[in-house]
Design a protein around this ligand. Structure first.
Ligand code: ZN
Ligand code: ZN
Length: 240
């Protein structure tokens, strides 16, 4: 094994070392890295895009309210997170679930949302994607956030969809129609419940909104999204 790879693995397994800058002793991610890379910023309550102070919802969500009652994101999808999330997701470094979940929990409103939830559902991967990747990173995060309420077999991804990027919003939503479903024998379990959907990265929001709509259609009383990182929306700059 190359020395650098060995050192990096060794570092990641050491207890008490910041997962980002490797300073010691530290919580999974040290205070300085949180302040630098995941500072709390005002975000739209429905889609978690950054908004100016005192603005509750972005223009797009005011015009087309998404089916989420609340949406919380820890940080922007910007350096160093794409690399860290990539290692978590594509290189199977499941140990990253702990620092990412710790950061998520430190966000304002996350604890109360998890406390009030009846069900915490990871955004599902299709069987095909799960097979090629070996694990679902959203499930690992959801398990860390709420092991007792996490339910991995209720919300299903019934089919993969072509890449969403570059498609206009309306087309992305059409693209995802029928991509999520509740396990038919258990669909009643969502009725009247408060549900939290968990994912690592929220890009356009189309997947999260499509899954939330399935839960709403099944009678869920409240649906919130909690994600680690949020990418900007290309059309966000034009929103009032
Ligand atoms: Zn650090
Ligand atoms: Zn919004």
């Amino acid at each position: 094994m190359p020395a650098l790879a060995f050192l990096s693995q060794w570092r990641d397994r050491l207890p008490g070392v910041c997962a980002v800058c490797a300073s010691w002793p530290a919580r999974p991610v040290c205070d300085a890295c949180v302040a630098r890379f995941a500072p709390p910023v005002p975000r739209c309550r429905s889609c978690a895009l950054p908004v100016p102070e005192d603005v509750a919802r972005c223009g797009e969500c005011l015009r087309h309210p998404p089916p989420l009652d609340a949406c919380l994101a820890c940080c922007d999808y910007a350096w160093p997170w794409p690399g860290r999330i990539g290692r978590f997701k594509f290189q199977g470094e499941a140990g990253w679930a702990t620092p990412l979940a710790t950061l998520i929990r430190s966000m304002p409103w996350v604890e109360p949302v998890l406390e009030q939830a009846d069900l915490v559902l990871p955004m599902p991967l299709s069987a095909q994607r799960l097979k090629s990747r070996g694990f679902n990173q959203a499930l690992e995060l959801a398990r860390q956030l709420s092991p007792r309420k996490m339910e991995a077999r209720l919300l299903l991804r019934t089919r993969d969809t072509p890449p969403q990027s570059g498609l206009p919003r309306a087309q992305r939503l059409t693209n995802l129609r029928g991509a999520f479903a509740l396990e038919p024998l258990r669909a009643h379990e969502a009725r009247g419940r408060r549900v939290v959907l968990v994912d690592d990265v929220m890009t356009s929001g189309a997947s999260l909104f499509a899954a939330a709509q399935v839960l709403r259609d099944a009678g869920a009383a409240h649906v919130a999204g909690i994600v680690f990182a949020r990418t900007g929306r290309p059309d966000a700059a034009r929103a009032p």
